[in-house]
Design a protein around this ligand. Sequence first.
Ligand SMILES: [Zn+2]
Length: 409
Amino acid sequence: MNPQALAHEAIARCQQLARYSEEAGRLTRTFLSPPMRAVHEALTGWMLELGMSVRTDALGNLIGHYPGPHPEAPLFLMGSHVDTVRDAGPYDGPLGVVLGLALLKGLEGRRLPFAVEVLAFSEEEGVRYGVPFLGSKAVAGLLEPELLSLRDAGGRTVEEAIRAFGLEPAQIPQAAYARNRVKGYLEFHIEQGPVLEALGYPLGIVEAIAGQSRLEVAFRGQAGHAGTTPMHLRRDALAGAAEWMTLVEREAREEPGLVATVGLISALPGAANVIPGEVQMSLDVRHQYDEVRSLAVANLITRAQQVAQRRGLELAYQTRYEQPAVPCHPGLCDLLAQSVEAQGYRVHRLVSGAGHDAMIMASLCPSSMLFLRSPKGLSHHPDESVWPEDVEAAVRVGLGFLEKLAESS
Ligand SMILES: [Zn+2]
């Protein structure tokens, strides 16, 4: 099969998998939900056709093994997740799995100096239990045991969900790979953003996954009657918040690569005729370098303090979540760049602002990611799509990458 045909098949397979849903008329497929079985069946069939052996680990990750020259050969891993958000599109996740299989099909039976395993992670989006990356955490040996007692909306624990799917929670430790056997990991994923489309490039090499800080910020002033309190006697928390939010936007624009967002805001007491006495907000800050992100957060808090002081407000803030940046493996990035160039495409390196399984896998082995352009930057949406020629580009580059990896083995 040529790369164009492999690309068409990969797209058709994503569309087939998108039919396996918990909800009629739209794609929602959460961790270990019933439609996950149909996904496993389809993937298993495609894996067996390639002469792979197939297993499911105790967390519900489906793994196909394409043998190397001998049973102790090193392993190279490819894959992505097969769970989705609610009302999802067909490509976020499954594309990385079917592209892994497409590359193996493109080898036409040839063996590489290493074995290849294609992983379909059971959980990445965090929809069912509010915690993402359960699948890749198990594979990387990082799954915290306390996560097993989390409950879903129906009151069922992770442990119970694993049993109900016919798996054995006690075997989770065996899902972790032995570090010294794994050569590396490659994940194909749609960009989920507008950068590649704006540049007109089909592919992007992810050089890092941005670190993230999430804070809760509150301004407190004095609620009062909107008709009887003169302007100069007010301590309006919402006006202060508005001033600060525009500062957040301005400061973030001045620092290359920095993104900062106030995405949630509530004004109390929340009535048309009452001056807002308190405003609660979220602040999300991301950057490739942790030092830049920490400095930016500190600076934005200083700005908030200045606004509060000038307006006679009180400021309160609390860090809710910190995720350090994860660099991708420079050697694998260079191999990807060489194969992008060898196939006649422009090399563009970028930072992923969203978390991915590759971020967790980086703690297990050298980890890399290739982004495919997202038309209109759309993802987590039923209209999410890919261009067939971009998928073909990914197949060509992926095959070139495996070739180079084999040469350097
Ligand atoms: Zn994804």
